[in-house]
Design a protein around this ligand. Structure first.
Ligand code: CTP
Length: 406
C-alpha cells in the first residue's frame, strides 16, 4: 500500500517566566506545552531566577535558558530579536503585576521585555499576583491596554494565594494554560464544520446494579473533541460513562447504553459534516435485564442471554447522504488487516487502528490511519498530539471531498 505523510507542522513558543511565586509552576507548564507537541524556549527575568533556577528549565526544555540582553550564546548576539523569530507565540507565565505594567507601557529594560516589544508573533499573558494587586486600578488599566494592543490574557483564576489570602489573581493551572495555548495555535481548519463524536465505553445493565462494560477511558475521544473544537469546529460529544471533564465549548450528551448512544447519534447525524466514532460500543447487551438485584441464592448457575447491539457507525455511514465517517478499530493482533477489513465492511472512508492492549486507558497512543489512499502510521505520542494530527488528516480528506461544509 502507498504510504503518505499527513502535513502537521510543529509549533514553538518562547515561554517567558517572571518573578512571581507561581514561577515554579512554569516548570510543569514547560512539560504540558511539550505534551501538546509545542517546542519551548525559556527566557527568564532576573527576579524569576530568585524563585527557580534556569537549570530546571534547561533540563526540561533541552535548550539553553536565556535572561541576559547581551548573551553571546545566541546566534548574531541579538537575543532580543533572534529568540522570538520563527516562533508561533510568546507566552509569559507567570506574568507579575510589574511585568504587565512594563508590557503595557512598552518598557524594554531586560531581555524578556525587549523581546516582547520586538516580536512579530502573538503575545499570550498569564497573570499571577496577589488579589489586591490584580484589583488595583493601575493593573486594571494595564491589562486593558494590553488587550487593546492585541495581547491575549489567560486567567487569572480565583482561589488560595501564596500570601495566605483568597481571591482573584492565582495563575491558571499549567495544564489549562497549555491547552489554551495549543488551542490558540491550532489552525482553524474545520471552521464552522459540525463534528459529531462518540467517546468512552457503554454500560449494558444486567440488573439494577450490575452491568457489562469495557475499559475505555474516553481519553482519546475527549482529546479529539478538544482538537476539533480548537480547529474551529462546532462539536457535539456523545459520551458513555467516564470520569473526564468535557472540554468547555462542546455540546455534551451523556448516555449509558449503546441503545441510548444510538438514539443520540440518530438525532444528530443528519446535521453533522463529520462523524467520528471513537466510543467502544458494546457489541451485545443483556436481552432482558432484571428489574431487581439478582440474588446468588436464587441461582446455582446463571446464564445471561445476550443480543447484538446495532452498529452505530455502520448505520451512520449507510445513510443516503452520510457525513464524512471515521471509525476506530481496537485490535489485539493483525492490526492493519483487521482494521482495513472493518473499514470496507462498515463503508467508512477513514479507519483509525490501534492495539487495544496498548491504547485503552493509556495517556499515549500509537495509531495507523487507513483510507482509500493507503496507510499511514503516526508515531507514539500523547493522545492530545495524536488527536491534533488526526484532525489535520480528517480536515484534509474532508476538504478534498469538495462538499459544502455542514
Ligand atoms: N461501533 C459502533 N457500534 C457498535 C460497535 C462498534 O458504532 N455496535 C464502532 C466503534 O465506535 C468504532 C468501530 O465501530 O468506531 C469499530 O468497533 P469494533 O468494536 O472494534 O468493531 P466491530 O465491528 O465490533 O468488530 P469486532 O468487535 O469483532 O472486532
Amino acid at each position: 500500500m502507498k504510504r503518505y505523510v499527513a502535513d502537521i507542522s510543529r509549533k514553538s513558543v518562547v515561554l517567558g517566566v517572571t518573578g512571581g511565586i507561581a514561577a515554579y509552576k512554569a516548570a510543569q507548564l514547560t512539560r504540558d506545552l511539550q505534551r501538546h507537541g509545542i517546542d519551548v524556549q525559556v527566557v527568564m527575568t532576573r527576579a524569576a531566577q530568585g524563585m527557580i533556577t534556569p537549570a530546571t528549565f534547561q533540563a526540561l526544555s533541552g535548550k539553553p535558558v536565556y535572561s541576559d540582553m547581551w548573551d553571546t550564546g545566541v546566534p548574531d548576539s541579538m537575543a532580543h530579536i533572534e529568540l522570538s523569530r520563527g516562533k508561533n507565540a510568546v507566552v509569559v507565565a507567570p506574568a507579575t503585576a510589574d511585568f504587565i505594567a512594563k508590557l503595557a507601557n512598552g518598557l524594554a529594560d531586560d531581555l524578556l521585555s525587549t523581546l516582547c516589544l520586538a516580536r512579530e508573533c502573538p503575545l499570550i499573558v498569564a497573570p499571577a499576583m496577589n488579589r489586591q494587586m490584580w484589583d488595583h486600578p493601575a493593573t486594571r488599566r494595564n491589562v486593558d491596554r494590553l488587550l487593546r494592543d492585541g495581547a491575549s490574557i489567560l486567567g487569572p483564576a480565583s482561589g488560595d494565594q501564596a500570601c495566605g489570602e483568597v481571591g482573584m489573581g492565582r495563575m491558571l493551572e499549567p495544564g489549562d494554560i497549555a491547552e489554551a495555548v495549543a488551542g490558540f495555535l491550532a489552525p482553524k481548519i474545520l471552521k464552522g464544520v459540525r463534528v459529531l463524536i462518540t467517546a468512552g465505553p457503554t454500560f449494558e445493565p444486567i440488573d439494577t446494579v450490575r452491568g457489562i462494560t469495557n475499559r475505555s477511558s474516553g481519553k482519546m475521544g475527549y482529546a479529539i473533541a478538544r482538537a476539533a473544537l480548537d480547529a474551529g469546529a462546532d462539536v457535539t460529544l456523545i459520551t458513555g460513562p467516564v470520569s473526564l471533564a468535557a472540554p468547555a465549548g462542546v455540546a455534551l450528551m451523556r448516555v449509558t447504553t449503546a441503545a441510548e448512544m444510538f438514539e443520540a447519534v440518530k438525532r444528530n447525524a443528519a446535521r453533522a459534516g463529520i462523524y467520528i466514532g471513537v466510543a467502544a460500543v458494546a457489541d451485545y447487551r443483556v436481552d432482558k435485564p432484571s428489574r431487581h438485584k439478582i440474588k446468588k441464592t436464587d441461582h446455582d448457575r446463571l446464564k445471561l442471554a445476550l443480543v447484538p447491539n446495532p452498529d452505530i457507525l455502520a448505520w451512520v455511514a449507510g445513510r443516503p447522504r452520510p457525513p464524512f465517517c471515521v471509525g476506530f478499530a481496537a485490535e489485539s493482533r493483525n492490526l492493519d488487516a483487521y482494521a482495513d477489513e472493518k473499514r470496507r465492511r462498515k463503508k467508512v472512508p477513514l479507519m483509525v487502528a490501534n492495539l487495544a492492549q496498548e491504547a485503552i486507558g493509556a495517556d499515549d497512543n500509537e495509531v495507523t490511519l487507513l483510507d482509500d489512499r493507503g496507510t499511514h502510521k503516526l508515531p507514539r505520542a500523547p493522545k492530545e498530539v495524536v488527536a491534533r494530527q488526526l484532525i489535520a488528516h480528517i480536515a484534509k480528506l474532508y476538504a478534498s471531498r469538495g462538499r459544502k461544509p455542514r
